[in-house]
Every structure is written in C-alpha cells, then in structure tokens.
Design a protein around this ligand. Sequence first.
Ligand SMILES: Nc1ncnc2c1ncn2[C@@H]1O[C@H](COP(=O)(O)OP(=O)(O)O)[C@@H](O)[C@H]1O
Ligand SMILES: O=C(O)C1=C[C@@H](OP(=O)(O)O)[C@@H](O)[C@H](O)C1
Ligand SMILES: [Mg+2]
Length: 177
Amino acid sequence: MKLDQHIFLIGFMGCGKSTCAACLCRMTGAEQIEMDQEIVKRQGMEITEIFRVHGEEYFRDLETDLIKEIGNMEPMVVSCGGGTVLREENVALMKAAGRIVLLTAEPETVFDRVKGSADRPVLNGNMNLSYIKELMEARRPRYEAAADAAVATDGRTAEEICEEILEQRKEGSHGAR
Ligand SMILES: Nc1ncnc2c1ncn2[C@@H]1O[C@H](COP(=O)(O)OP(=O)(O)O)[C@@H](O)[C@H]1O
Ligand SMILES: O=C(O)C1=C[C@@H](OP(=O)(O)O)[C@@H](O)[C@H](O)C1
Ligand SMILES: [Mg+2]
C-alpha cells in the first residue's frame, strides 16, 4: 500500500508507538522511521547517554531537526518519541506532513509495559505508577491537541490496533483526516 502522506504515531511512553509502527509497516509494506533509533544511530549514543551527557534540551533539538527532515521524505510510518509533541513547532511540522494518530493506554498498562526497562531517562528514578499518572495527565492536553485520531491500546494486540488505524484512515479519506 502506498501512503499519500506520513502517519505519525504519538502518545505516552509505553503506549506502543514503536511496536505498532513496525506492525503497520508489515501490514502495509510501508517504510518505518523510528525517531529514537534514528537519533541513537546518528549520535552513536543511547538515549539515556544523550540525556546524561548533553541534557534533555539537546535531545529535544535533535528531535526537532529530525522532524524537519522527515517532512521532506517520502511518506512513511513515523514512530515518534513520547515527548516529540511537547514542542508546538514539531506539531506544526507534523500536521503539515501527515496524519497524527494518538495511541493511548491506561497508566497501569503503561507501567506494566515499561517497568522492566531502563531505556527511558524521563522515568529513570521515577519508575512508579503515581509518577506515570501525574506525567500522563500533565501531557494529555498536548497529545490530544496534536491528534487527528486516537486509538486505545489496552488489552489489544498490535495487529488489532493497526487494523483500527487503517480503518480510520479509509473513513478519513472521505473527509477529515
Ligand atoms: N499492544 C500491546 N500489547 C502488549 N504489549 C505491548 C503492546 N504494544 C507494545 N507492547 C510492549 O510494551 C513495551 C513498550 O512498547 P513500545 O512499542 O516500545 O512503546 P513506545 O514506543 O510507545 O514507548 C514493549 O515491551 C512492547 O513489546
Ligand atoms: O516521553 C519522553 O519524553 C520520551 C520518550 C521516549 O520514547 P518512547 O515514547 O518511544 O519510549 C524517548 O524519546 C525519550 O526517552 C523521551
Ligand atoms: Mg518508542
């Protein structure tokens, strides 16, 4: 299936952006760009290392640079980082280049999915349910304002989630994105 515009997957850490983007690509034959992975490859450093050595702002600048580049690439499935939509500038660039799909998950689901990982510097030292709830609430308006559509992921497989994304896309082709 040839995409006519990018599909950006956004949402809180652990909602399944990276997993669902890969699944969407298997299902459609589209290409994926995984923003975190691309940044790691270019910097030759893991995300936690980038945060530790250069700080969060530096990482956020790398995200903005990459979003600008993606805007000029052939349409593909983009798995964003959980904080990519925190900058208005990024959201404007994404809106101009494609359709933004928000993946959601309850805090309990997120905690369950990410608790065994030390790869998310924002949660290191804060790996508990109450912090996840608090940060999710603080970020919720940003996610919702950026999204063209939303899909809940709790208790569903990546395939089920991707089918819904593709179904919405068909419906969207008659009117709103
Ligand atoms: N729909 C799902 N059901 C169960 N586990 C999932 C689902 N989607 C993702 N996961 C698991 O949750 C963890 C975080 O997924 P990931 O795709 O890295 O999320 P994100 O990119 O949004 O942070 C991974 O271990 C992944 O295997
Ligand atoms: O929410 C965030 O601020 C971040 C989410 C991470 O991506 P995932 O959402 O894919 O875990 C990664 O970009 C970085 O650790 C910061
Ligand atoms: Mg990810």
